[in-house]
Design a protein around this ligand. Structure first.
Ligand code: UDX
Length: 459
């Protein structure tokens, strides 16, 4: 490590142990390293043992325990049980890790923790460190939970539409699912609202968005939040934006097997520009069997080639012989190098569950979206995509809760070839440029990160 980095402090970053939280914290850590800071990502023993990640040569890796070293989250039985044990084991082992670094030439000077772990601030303060949460999701989503925490919004809302700055009036189906349908996910509702615990004692609040994307809600939340709010996104590798960070071509820390890269890139190389529909529902969403069948039939009928990520755990839901039926037009894979795929010129649109990372990645690469949100923050992200940035459309759900094959086919055609598709493509290009500007040297997020390093990490 160079001398400059030594001077700029050592940040320990603790993500929630899931793909959608590890990716953005890893990318943000790389940004910090590019500013001369030493950064170490503390992942759980289970992830370390199971996926055997190796350091990328920039960000260090360390481990803590969530209390489930052998069996991960899945073995906990319930979200509440997992979070309780995570807090007990996490506090202890995080403290041990900070103590272990204290006797090295690079003691930890700053703790950044996933906003799902508000207890981590107590650990930071016990060791005299500056610390604050990293909010993975959109500011509009965080602000919704902030209002609930402060008793300014009821769950479920006592009246609709709900007003959130920068968004059109929101109906129940536009709100995060934990708010719109709280009976389905009470433990998750507690988790997301509890992100606001300890906020007043934190030294900073990092939000994985950028100012241009959500200016109104960022302004509002900055005024109401007791602690300085810093927007530091997009957390997309430099390679896909200003290409200033050396050696940036890696695939991050994947919790799924990335065995099909060559097959995917070869297949895409045989397709004309903007001709392929990329389909992915991220790392967690599970579609009901009937919905999977409608999606399969809609994709087959849409008349465009498609690359569909069907995770191994979802494969049994595919109609039998589907892979054979679509041999000419479709490629089914278990996981993809998503950024590389989105950056490929053959991709015409992204059929997505609207996870926040997927959303921002598509924005950064100027890819139009068709949103089919499933749960958590995704409905609100879909609202932003369709009605605020106008870079995509959202599918409609029928009276039985199903998105039909006809609806899927129609929305794909609308975005790929229709007049509305033309407008959406223009908007997507504009947002790609705005995203690049926010990230690049002197852009809104770059300035925030520089300020964060000089005022918080170094001080
Ligand atoms: C979860 C939530 O569901 C999401 O809504 C929230 O905002 C973050 O945590 P996930 O569902 O996995 O995440 O979706 P998303 O946020 O889109 O993150 C998925 C990540 O995995 C993205 O960075 C994406 O690039 C990556 N990915 C996904 C791949 O690299 N390959 C794939 O095949 C699919």
């Amino acid at each position: 490590m160079d001398e400059r980095a030594e001077k700029r402090g050592h940040v320990l970053v603790v993500p929630y142990p899931s793909q959608g939280h590890i990716n953005p914290t890893l990318q943000f850590s790389r940004r910090l390293v590019s500013k001369g800071v030493k950064a170490t990502l503390a992942i759980t023993n289970y992830i370390f043992k199971t996926f055997k990640p190796t350091s990328d040569g920039h960000v260090g890796l360390a481990t803590i325990s969530d209390g489930y070293d052998e069996g991960s989250f899945a073995s906990a039985g319930s979200v509440d049980t997992y979070l309780d044990r995570m807090e007990a084991a996490g506090s202890q082992t995080l403290g041990d890790l900070i103590e272990a670094y204290a006797v090295t030439p690079h003691p930890i000077t700053c703790l950044i923790y996933d906003s799902f772990f508000p207890w981590a601030l107590d650990v930071a303060k016990k060791y005299g460190l500056v610390g604050g949460p990293f909010f993975t999701q959109a500011c509009a989503v965080n602000y919704t939970y902030f209002l609930i925490h402060h008793g300014k919004l009821n769950v479920p809302p006592s009246s609709v539409p709900v007003e959130i700055p920068g968004l059109p009036p929101l109906e129940v189906g536009d709100l995060p699912s934990f708010v719109g349908s709280p009976e389905s996910y009470p433990a998750y509702l507690r988790l997301v609202v509890n992100q606001n615990i300890n906020l007043d004692k934190a030294d900073f609040v990092l939000v994985n968005t950028y100012y241009e994307l959500e200016d109104k809600v960022v302004n509002t939340m900055s005024r109401e939040c007791p602690t300085p709010l810093l927007t530091i996104g997009p957390t997309v590798p430099s390679l896909y934006l200003d290409n200033k960070i050396e050696d940036d071509k890696d695939y991050g820390l994947n919790l799924f097997y990335l065995g099909s890269i060559d097959r995917i890139t070869h297949w895409l190389s045989t397709k004309p520009p903007k001709s392929v529909v990329y389909v992915s529902f991220g790392s967690m969403a599970c579609l009901p069997d009937t919905q999977m069948e409608e999606l399969a039939r809609g994709l087959k009928a849409c008349g465009h080639d498609f690359l569909w990520v069907v995770r191994a755990s979802e494969e049994d839901k595919l109609p039998s012989s589907f892979a054979e039926e679509v041999r000419q037009s479709g490629l089914l894979v278990r996981w993809s190098p998503q950024l590389e795929v989105l950056a490929n010129e053959a991709i015409g649109c992204f059929f997505t569950h609207c996870g926040w990372n997927s959303t921002v990645e598509a924005l950064a690469l100027g890819v139009p979206m068709i949103g089919m949100p499933q749960w958590t923050d995704q409905p609100m992200n879909a609202k932003l995509i369709q009605d605020v940035w106008k870079v995509g459309v959202r599918v409609k759900v029928d009276k039985d809760g199903l998105v039909t094959r006809e609806e899927i086919e129609d929305r794909i055609k609308e975005v790929m070839v229709g007049e509305r598709g033309e407008e959406i493509r223009e908007n997507a290009k504009r947002w790609r440029d705005l995203t690049n500007n926010a990230y690049s040297q002197g852009g809104s997020s770059d300035r925030m990160i520089t300020e964060f390093v000089s005022k918080v990490v170094e001080s």
